[in-house]
Write a protein that binds this ligand. Structure first.
Ligand SMILES: [Mn+2]
Length: 329
């Protein structure tokens, strides 16, 4: 932590970035760190590999976001901070450009093993519910008061990664922070509406179609949905968040693991796993070079959709068997 704070103090201009298709935690943490560094008198730019999605565009009211899907040169910077991920490989083409810059790379993250990523300076705590919570701690360490825009960022991080306080990672720190953020003027219901109540009219039909494709396997312990390229393309056109299929499947009695597999145009499959009980899904995706948390993890699998479905089923089956053996022992 001290080394990390010294790093923030010693550098002049920062480029903040995160993983491809940035989610609420990534964006919220970027917002909070942007305003922290500005309060310290630093120059700061947020440049993400992808543009900000429509549901998160309210953040741009108080915080400027750029993305690297243009030919524009990068702003000047003498430090990079990777948020909510630890590998330049997850930052798309921008990752290579940042590596080539030769500037030091720092990591703020809460994923398992992130201290072994591409950062030369790390502030990593896998017990933290969200990356935004780590940035909130930095404000305290540096005795910088949290402004309204940064408070919204931290709140967004917390709700994104705890499923609006429903997951087991919603610990005392999360609720204490949330209480303080609401007291500071964050309007949670306004943020909820901005995120989830402006969906494209096609969304209901897409959700029904995707849920209709679900299969229950392994005696009902695995709920799995495979989405082919054509359906993914239609979802992208309506900016449909495919994660919406996870919760209804997670609600089924007896389901221990939910798997969402999305076919991509480069021939790979992006898989997302969610565990309801004791299964460690991070260990399952690790076999395919993925990562994440014990109860929520993902990987990019270099194989076709049918092969990926079979591989995930085998991985979950093995994990369930290991768990059963452990319980018997
Ligand atoms: Mn996160």
């Amino acid at each position: 932590m001290t080394t990390f704070l010294d790093f923030l103090r010693s550098r002049r201009s920062f480029l903040l970035t995160g993983h491809e298709n940035p989610d609420g935690d990534c964006l919220g943490a970027e917002v909070a760190l942007f305003h922290l560094l500005r309060a310290l008198g630093k120059q700061v730019h947020i440049v993400n590999p992808d543009p900000i999605g429509r549901s998160h565009d309210f953040l741009q009211q108080h915080t400027p976001f750029a993305h690297a899907r243009t030919d524009e040169p990068l702003p000047d910077f003498d430090a990079v901070v990777l948020l909510d991920c630890c590998q330049l490989a997850r930052v798309g083409v921008l990752g290579q450009r940042l590596q080539q810059s030769g500037q030091p790379i720092a990591v703020v993250d809460h994923h398992v093993g992130s201290d072994r990523g591409d950062g030369s300076i790390c502030y990593v705590d896998p017990t933290a519910a969200a990356t935004g919570a780590l940035v909130r701690r930095l404000y305290r360490e540096l005795a910088v008061p949290l402004g309204k825009a940064a408070a919204e960022g931290v709140f967004l991080s917390l709700v994104a990664d705890t499923g609006w306080f429903r997951y087991s990672n919603a610990d005392a720190e999360v609720f204490a922070m949330a209480s303080e953020l609401v007291a500071a003027g964050v309007d949670g219901s306004k943020i909820y509406d901005a995120l989830y109540r402006r969906n494209h009219p096609d969304s209901a039909g897409l959700l029904a179609e995707m849920l209709g494709k679900h299969q229950l396997r392994l005696g009902g312990k695995l709920a799995l949905v495979g989405l082919d390229k054509a359906l993914m393309e239609r979802a992208a056109r309506s900016e449909f968040d495919t994660d919406a299929v996870l919760d209804p499947l997670r609600s089924l009695d007896g389901v221990e693991v939910v798997a969402l597999l999305k076919e991509r145009f480069d021939g790979t499959v992006k898989c997302s796993l969610r565990a309801r009980a004791d299964v460690d899904v991070q260990a399952i995706v690790a076999q395919f070079g993925g990562g994440g948390h014990k109860k929520a993890a993902g990987a990019t699998m270099k194989m076709g959709l049918p092969a990926a479905v079979a591989a995930i089923e085998a991985g979950v089956q093995q994990a369930l068997a290991t768990l059963a053996n452990g319980r018997r022992a």
